[in-house]
Design a protein around this ligand. Structure first.
Ligand code: ADP
Length: 197
Protein backbone atom coordinates (compact mmCIF):
# COMPACT_ATOMS: atom_id res chain seq x y z
CA UNK A 1 0.00 0.00 0.00
CA UNK A 2 1.38 3.46 -0.83
CA UNK A 3 2.97 4.99 2.28
CA UNK A 4 1.33 8.35 1.83
CA UNK A 5 -2.20 7.03 2.42
CA UNK A 6 -3.68 6.79 5.89
CA UNK A 7 -6.13 3.89 6.01
CA UNK A 8 -8.81 3.64 8.64
CA UNK A 9 -10.74 0.38 8.96
CA UNK A 10 -14.18 0.35 10.52
CA UNK A 11 -15.67 -2.94 11.58
CA UNK A 12 -18.22 -4.39 13.96
CA UNK A 13 -20.82 -7.12 14.14
CA UNK A 14 -24.09 -7.08 12.26
CA UNK A 15 -26.28 -4.26 13.55
CA UNK A 16 -23.48 -2.71 15.61
CA UNK A 17 -23.73 0.55 13.67
CA UNK A 18 -20.74 0.41 11.28
CA UNK A 19 -22.70 1.93 8.40
CA UNK A 20 -24.06 4.66 10.66
CA UNK A 21 -20.54 5.47 11.86
CA UNK A 22 -19.27 5.42 8.26
CA UNK A 23 -22.04 7.84 7.27
CA UNK A 24 -21.02 10.21 10.05
CA UNK A 25 -17.46 10.18 8.69
CA UNK A 26 -18.83 10.66 5.15
CA UNK A 27 -20.86 13.68 6.28
CA UNK A 28 -17.63 15.10 7.67
CA UNK A 29 -15.97 14.83 4.27
CA UNK A 30 -14.17 11.50 4.49
CA UNK A 31 -13.77 9.13 1.55
CA UNK A 32 -15.49 5.83 2.33
CA UNK A 33 -15.07 2.47 0.64
CA UNK A 34 -17.82 0.10 1.70
CA UNK A 35 -17.03 -3.62 1.42
CA UNK A 36 -20.75 -4.36 1.07
CA UNK A 37 -20.86 -2.28 -2.12
CA UNK A 38 -17.77 -4.07 -3.40
CA UNK A 39 -19.31 -7.44 -2.45
CA UNK A 40 -22.39 -6.57 -4.54
CA UNK A 41 -20.30 -5.45 -7.46
CA UNK A 42 -18.19 -8.62 -7.70
CA UNK A 43 -21.31 -10.80 -8.09
CA UNK A 44 -23.17 -8.64 -10.58
CA UNK A 45 -24.87 -10.43 -13.51
CA UNK A 46 -22.32 -11.72 -15.98
CA UNK A 47 -19.50 -11.83 -13.44
CA UNK A 48 -17.28 -14.86 -13.15
CA UNK A 49 -18.14 -15.14 -9.46
CA UNK A 50 -21.90 -15.19 -10.04
CA UNK A 51 -21.43 -18.06 -12.48
CA UNK A 52 -19.39 -19.91 -9.84
CA UNK A 53 -22.02 -19.29 -7.17
CA UNK A 54 -24.86 -20.41 -9.42
CA UNK A 55 -22.98 -23.56 -10.39
CA UNK A 56 -22.50 -24.40 -6.71
CA UNK A 57 -25.80 -23.30 -5.13
CA UNK A 58 -28.12 -23.79 -8.10
CA UNK A 59 -30.18 -21.39 -10.20
CA UNK A 60 -32.69 -20.98 -7.35
CA UNK A 61 -30.21 -18.57 -5.83
CA UNK A 62 -30.98 -16.02 -8.57
CA UNK A 63 -33.75 -13.45 -8.74
CA UNK A 64 -35.99 -13.43 -11.82
CA UNK A 65 -33.86 -10.72 -13.41
CA UNK A 66 -30.72 -12.88 -13.12
CA UNK A 67 -29.21 -10.96 -10.21
CA UNK A 68 -28.08 -12.72 -7.05
CA UNK A 69 -30.71 -13.16 -4.35
CA UNK A 70 -28.39 -12.14 -1.52
CA UNK A 71 -30.96 -12.63 1.22
CA UNK A 72 -31.55 -16.21 0.11
CA UNK A 73 -27.85 -16.93 -0.14
CA UNK A 74 -27.27 -15.39 3.29
CA UNK A 75 -29.98 -17.53 4.87
CA UNK A 76 -28.34 -20.68 3.41
CA UNK A 77 -24.79 -19.88 4.43
CA UNK A 78 -25.63 -18.66 7.91
CA UNK A 79 -27.18 -22.05 8.63
CA UNK A 80 -24.37 -24.07 7.17
CA UNK A 81 -20.77 -23.43 8.10
CA UNK A 82 -19.33 -25.49 5.22
CA UNK A 83 -21.31 -23.50 2.68
CA UNK A 84 -20.31 -20.27 4.37
CA UNK A 85 -16.65 -21.24 4.21
CA UNK A 86 -17.02 -22.16 0.53
CA UNK A 87 -18.62 -18.80 -0.26
CA UNK A 88 -16.06 -16.83 1.74
CA UNK A 89 -13.19 -18.67 0.11
CA UNK A 90 -14.34 -17.65 -3.38
CA UNK A 91 -15.58 -14.15 -2.49
CA UNK A 92 -13.02 -12.75 -0.09
CA UNK A 93 -9.89 -12.72 -2.29
CA UNK A 94 -11.82 -10.86 -5.00
CA UNK A 95 -13.38 -8.38 -2.55
CA UNK A 96 -10.01 -7.70 -0.91
CA UNK A 97 -8.26 -7.11 -4.23
CA UNK A 98 -11.04 -4.78 -5.37
CA UNK A 99 -10.85 -2.80 -2.12
CA UNK A 100 -7.08 -2.44 -2.54
CA UNK A 101 -7.59 -1.17 -6.11
CA UNK A 102 -10.14 1.37 -4.85
CA UNK A 103 -7.82 2.52 -2.06
CA UNK A 104 -5.03 3.07 -4.58
CA UNK A 105 -7.37 4.93 -6.93
CA UNK A 106 -8.73 7.24 -4.22
CA UNK A 107 -7.25 10.69 -4.66
CA UNK A 108 -7.22 11.54 -0.95
CA UNK A 109 -4.80 11.08 1.92
CA UNK A 110 -7.18 9.40 4.33
CA UNK A 111 -9.32 6.50 3.17
CA UNK A 112 -11.88 4.76 5.34
CA UNK A 113 -12.81 1.18 4.59
CA UNK A 114 -15.91 -0.34 6.16
CA UNK A 115 -15.51 -4.10 6.30
CA UNK A 116 -17.74 -6.45 8.33
CA UNK A 117 -15.03 -9.14 8.37
CA UNK A 118 -12.05 -6.76 8.66
CA UNK A 119 -10.36 -8.77 11.39
CA UNK A 120 -11.37 -12.26 10.25
CA UNK A 121 -10.07 -11.57 6.72
CA UNK A 122 -6.79 -10.10 7.97
CA UNK A 123 -7.56 -6.77 6.30
CA UNK A 124 -7.00 -5.04 9.63
CA UNK A 125 -3.27 -5.48 8.88
CA UNK A 126 -3.64 -3.06 5.96
CA UNK A 127 -5.02 -0.37 8.25
CA UNK A 128 -3.19 2.37 10.13
CA UNK A 129 -6.13 2.64 12.51
CA UNK A 130 -8.75 0.02 13.34
CA UNK A 131 -12.08 1.22 14.72
CA UNK A 132 -14.40 -1.39 16.21
CA UNK A 133 -18.04 -0.44 16.73
CA UNK A 134 -19.71 -2.35 19.52
CA UNK A 135 -23.24 -2.58 20.92
CA UNK A 136 -25.03 -5.04 23.16
CA UNK A 137 -26.54 -8.05 21.41
CA UNK A 138 -30.11 -7.17 22.47
CA UNK A 139 -29.72 -3.61 21.19
CA UNK A 140 -28.36 -4.91 17.90
CA UNK A 141 -31.25 -7.37 17.50
CA UNK A 142 -33.85 -4.67 18.18
CA UNK A 143 -32.21 -2.30 15.68
CA UNK A 144 -31.93 -4.97 12.97
CA UNK A 145 -35.55 -6.06 13.48
CA UNK A 146 -36.54 -2.45 12.87
CA UNK A 147 -34.33 -2.22 9.78
CA UNK A 148 -35.13 -5.53 8.04
CA UNK A 149 -37.88 -8.10 7.94
CA UNK A 150 -35.60 -10.76 9.33
CA UNK A 151 -36.61 -12.70 12.42
CA UNK A 152 -34.86 -12.83 15.75
CA UNK A 153 -33.59 -16.42 15.36
CA UNK A 154 -31.97 -15.62 12.05
CA UNK A 155 -30.33 -12.50 13.49
CA UNK A 156 -29.04 -14.52 16.43
CA UNK A 157 -27.62 -17.23 14.18
CA UNK A 158 -25.80 -14.52 12.21
CA UNK A 159 -24.46 -12.90 15.36
CA UNK A 160 -23.31 -16.28 16.64
CA UNK A 161 -21.62 -17.10 13.33
CA UNK A 162 -19.42 -14.03 13.73
CA UNK A 163 -16.60 -13.42 16.21
CA UNK A 164 -17.64 -11.69 19.43
CA UNK A 165 -17.27 -8.01 20.32
CA UNK A 166 -14.63 -9.07 22.87
CA UNK A 167 -12.50 -10.69 20.17
CA UNK A 168 -12.99 -7.74 17.82
CA UNK A 169 -12.11 -5.26 20.54
CA UNK A 170 -8.80 -7.03 21.17
CA UNK A 171 -7.77 -5.94 17.67
CA UNK A 172 -9.07 -2.38 17.94
CA UNK A 173 -7.10 0.84 18.19
CA UNK A 174 -10.32 2.64 18.98
CA UNK A 175 -13.59 1.22 20.28
CA UNK A 176 -16.79 3.13 19.54
CA UNK A 177 -19.57 2.20 21.93
CA UNK A 178 -22.92 2.48 20.13
CA UNK A 179 -25.29 1.64 22.96
CA UNK A 180 -26.56 5.18 23.17
CA UNK A 181 -28.15 7.52 20.61
CA UNK A 182 -26.81 8.80 17.31
CA UNK A 183 -25.81 12.17 18.83
CA UNK A 184 -23.51 10.36 21.21
CA UNK A 185 -22.18 8.34 18.26
CA UNK A 186 -21.42 11.58 16.41
CA UNK A 187 -19.55 12.89 19.46
CA UNK A 188 -17.33 9.81 19.44
CA UNK A 189 -16.69 10.20 15.70
CA UNK A 190 -15.70 13.84 16.24
CA UNK A 191 -13.30 12.72 18.97
CA UNK A 192 -11.64 10.28 16.57
CA UNK A 193 -11.31 13.02 13.95
CA UNK A 194 -9.66 15.35 16.47
CA UNK A 195 -7.26 12.55 17.40
CA UNK A 196 -6.17 11.81 13.81
CA UNK A 197 -6.03 15.42 12.61
P1 ADP B 1 -24.28 -2.30 10.65
O1 ADP B 1 -23.84 -1.55 9.42
O2 ADP B 1 -23.19 -2.51 11.63
O3 ADP B 1 -25.01 -3.60 10.34
P2 ADP B 1 -26.14 -0.10 10.92
O4 ADP B 1 -25.28 1.11 10.95
O5 ADP B 1 -26.87 -0.41 9.65
O6 ADP B 1 -25.34 -1.39 11.41
O7 ADP B 1 -27.16 0.03 12.14
C1 ADP B 1 -28.20 -0.94 12.30
C2 ADP B 1 -29.54 -0.20 12.44
O8 ADP B 1 -29.55 0.48 13.68
C3 ADP B 1 -29.78 0.85 11.36
O9 ADP B 1 -31.14 0.86 11.01
C4 ADP B 1 -29.36 2.15 12.04
O10 ADP B 1 -30.06 3.25 11.53
C5 ADP B 1 -29.73 1.88 13.48
N1 ADP B 1 -28.84 2.55 14.45
C6 ADP B 1 -27.49 2.57 14.43
N2 ADP B 1 -27.01 3.24 15.49
C7 ADP B 1 -28.08 3.64 16.22
C8 ADP B 1 -28.24 4.39 17.44
N3 ADP B 1 -27.20 4.83 18.15
N4 ADP B 1 -29.49 4.61 17.88
C9 ADP B 1 -30.57 4.14 17.18
N5 ADP B 1 -30.49 3.44 16.03
C10 ADP B 1 -29.26 3.20 15.54
Amino acid sequence: MPDEKYIIGITGGIGSGKSTVANLFRERGFHIIDADDVARDVVKPGSELLIKITTHFGKDILNRDGSLNRAKLASIVFQNQKEREYLEQILHPKIISQIIIQIEKADVKTVIIVVPLLIESGMDKLCDLVIVVIADVETRITRIEKRNTVDRDEILSRINAQISDTERSENADIIIDNNSDVNELARQVDKVITKIS
